[in-house]
Write a protein that binds this ligand. Structure first.
Ligand SMILES: [Zn+2]
Length: 89
C-alpha cells in the first residue's frame, strides 16, 4: 500500500499497533494518507518504520531501504535545491 506522510506530529494512539508499537497509549504520533483515497491513518514512528521495513507500506518519495526511527529528518532540505543553481559568491 502506498502512503504519503502528512508531516504533522500530534499526540494520540497508534492505529497500526505492531509488536514494536510505542503509542498504544497516547504518545507523539504522526499521520499518513493512504493512496489512492486519502484515508488518514494515525501511526507512531516505530510502526511506520515496521510497516515500511516489511513492505506493507511504501512511502511516497522515500528511499525504500531506509529504516530510520525518525521520519521527520528524512525530509532533507538540500534536495529542494535544483541542480545548476548558481552559487552566491
Ligand atoms: Zn504504533
Amino acid at each position: 500500500m502506498r502512503v504519503e506522510p502528512a508531516g504533522v506530529v500530534m499526540t494520540g494512539t497508534c492505529s497500526v499497533q505492531t509488536n514494536r508499537c510505542v503509542a498504544r497509549t497516547p504518545a507523539p504520533i504522526t499521520a499518513v494518507w493512504t493512496l489512492p483515497g486519502s484515508r488518514q491513518i494515525d501511526v507512531c514512528s516505530a510502526c511506520l518504520d515496521e510497516q515500511v521495513r516489511t513492505g506493507a507500506w511504501i512511502v511516497e518519495g522515500a528511499r525504500p531501504s531506509t529504516a530510520r526511527s525518525s521520519f521527520v529528518t528524512d525530509q532533507t532540505p538540500g534536495t529542494m535545491i535544483p541542480p545548476g543553481t548558481p552559487k552566491a559568491e
